[in-house]
Ligand binder design. Structure first.
Ligand code: GUN
Ligand code: FE
Length: 471
């Protein structure tokens, strides 16, 4: 079924890192069941009727509110769908004790009755029912926050991972689905690990096939090869996953250099490689389709290796602050030519909102500046933060030119943002962002970034399909 629509109103985007482009006009989109792209754009259009006459088609016109705008959908380049119930639960932990205390018990509970989370449970465990609730909720939640594309980690469990793919596909989010690979006995708990390299590879292959059966094109839902991080996989498993990624031409995601104790541990486990990045490179996991989460403590040489291999970085500032992992030097990565996008890293990160990640990226960059003699060159602007959340993310997930902006040929992956106009008696719609009317559009965008939340997201489309509407 095809269904044409015109979208008219204000369009704001960040075509370049420090440029906020604010235009009014209209675009014509054919929804094609969630595969719709912008067929035409016209920035001279001044109203719905003008749009119909300029495009020469009689189709419904969707108009953005006068006090709002269309903005490209956010791209979450790193999120653990399975960890959403733990968002905000991390105590005083840091990465390695956080994993064993909070994360492995929760993840295992989505596929195994052996999870320590069920130890005190009176009810008989029903792991798949748990997975269903968690995955339904996280996809609805991220869509309501304007995330149109997400790169997910599920768990080691094949059936539950397939369920995540089903739910993302049904709800219409563009989603990369990772079945988590972890099989190194000394690094993974007995209750939560793959039995062997063979099991890891067989279940990964099955998940690849399942995602292909849902969406043969891979444009909406696709498998992403997911070695959890170097310590959690046997070296042979890392090699076979690298070979599989090449053979199947698939994306890869993993973690790198998030925490100093982790970096030390990788040195001990892989004495033959000279750095963390070399470990992945040695196993052919540093590809142009690889997303490396965190990259907080990379050396210059590692940054250069990552750039040479055209691998990408997912910056997860909320997580790095919550787990006390450190300050990711985003400006340095960008200056070194590494592509960077943003990730929420739920539940290392406490919030599933990419808008919150934009805020946190701005804040952390100022701490980096402070630690570098107060040099403000390290500070990210609001426009740069938004660029990382859209265009930067598009590069990171290999969708540059397809999502992240309003150019002809791009998917209509878009959020409609609204804010509250304050009247003379002080009343305003409850959107969390109050606008008095004299602010420039650039300033309104800044207010949205610093104070916004899902109340500002009125409607969301992926590939022209309406996937969320705020009621
Ligand atoms: N390193 C290995 N696993 C994880 C995880 O689940 N979250 C984060 N933030 N880092 C990791
Ligand atoms: Fe993570």
């Amino acid at each position: 079924m095809t269904q044409k629509r015109i979208y008219f109103g204000r369009f704001i985007s960040t075509p370049k890192p420090d440029e906020l482009l604010i235009r009014t006009g209209a675009v014509l989109v054919d929804s094609k069941n969630g595969r719709g792209v912008i067929e035409k754009a016209d920035w001279t259009v001044n109203g719905p009727n003008d749009a119909i006459s300029k495009f020469g088609v009689e189709v419904p016109v969707v108009t953005a509110e006068e006090s709002g705008f269309f903005f490209p959908g956010f791209i979450d380049t790193h999120i653990h769908a399975s960890q959403y119930p733990n968002a905000g639960i991390f105590g005083k932990s840091t990465l390695l004790d956080w994993l064993t205390t909070y994360t492995f018990p929760l993840e295992s509970s989505l596929g195994s009755e052996k999870s320590p989370m069920y130890n005190d449970s009176i009810e008989p465990p029903d792991p798949l029912a748990r997975a269903e609730a968690v995955y339904n909720r996280i996809i609805s939640k991220t869509l309501s926050l304007g995330t149109t594309t997400a790169s997910y980690y599920a768990t080691i469990h094949l059936e539950a991972t397939n369920l995540l793919a089903d739910i993302a596909f049904k709800k219409g989010q563009r989603a990369y689905i990772g079945r988590v690979c972890m099989d190194r006995p000394e690094a993974c708990p007995e209750y939560y690990r793959d039995e062997s390299t063979e099991e890891t590879i067989a279940n990964t292959k099955a998940s690849i096939e399942y995602c292909r059966s849902l969406d043969p094109s891979g444009e909406l839902v696709a498998h992403i090869i997911t070695p959890r991080f170097a310590p959690s996989c046997l070296p042979e498993t890392l090699s076979q996953l690298g070979a599989l990624a090449k053979e199947e031409d698939l994306r890869v995601q993993t973690h790198i250099s998030e925490n100093l104790n982790e970096v030390k541990w990788v040195k001990e486990l892989f004495p033959d490689q000279s750095s963390y990045a070399e470990v992945y490179d040695h196993h052919e996991l540093l590809t142009s389709r690889t997303i490396l989460a965190h990259a907080v403590h990379l050396s210059r040489e590692e940054m250069q290796l990552v750039r040479q291999r055209k691998s990408k970085v997912s910056h997860c500032p909320a997580s790095n602050s919550a787990l006390g992992s450190g300050f990711c030097p985003v400006r340095t990565l960008l200056d070194e030519g590494v592509e960077v996008g943003l990730g929420t890293d739920v539940s290392g990160g406490y919030s599933p909102s990419i808008l919150d990640a934009v805020r946190n990226a701005c804040i952390v960059s100022r701490h980096v500046g402070y630690l570098n003699d107060g040099d403000s060159k390290f500070n990210l602007s609001v426009a740069e933060g938004l660029w990382l959340a859209t265009m930067g993310g598009a590069k990171v997930v290999g969708m540059e030119g397809r999502v992240g902006g309003f150019e002809e040929g791009m998917y209509w992956d878009v959020q409609e943002i609204v804010m509250g106009d304050v009247d003379s008696s002080g009343r305003a719609a409850d959107t969390g962002v109050d606008v008095f009317g004299w602010e420039s559009w650039e300033d309104r965008v800044a207010k949205w970034v610093w104070n916004g939340d899902e109340r500002n997201v009125r409607r969301v489309w992926v590939g022209g399909r309406l996937v969320h509407e705020r009621r």
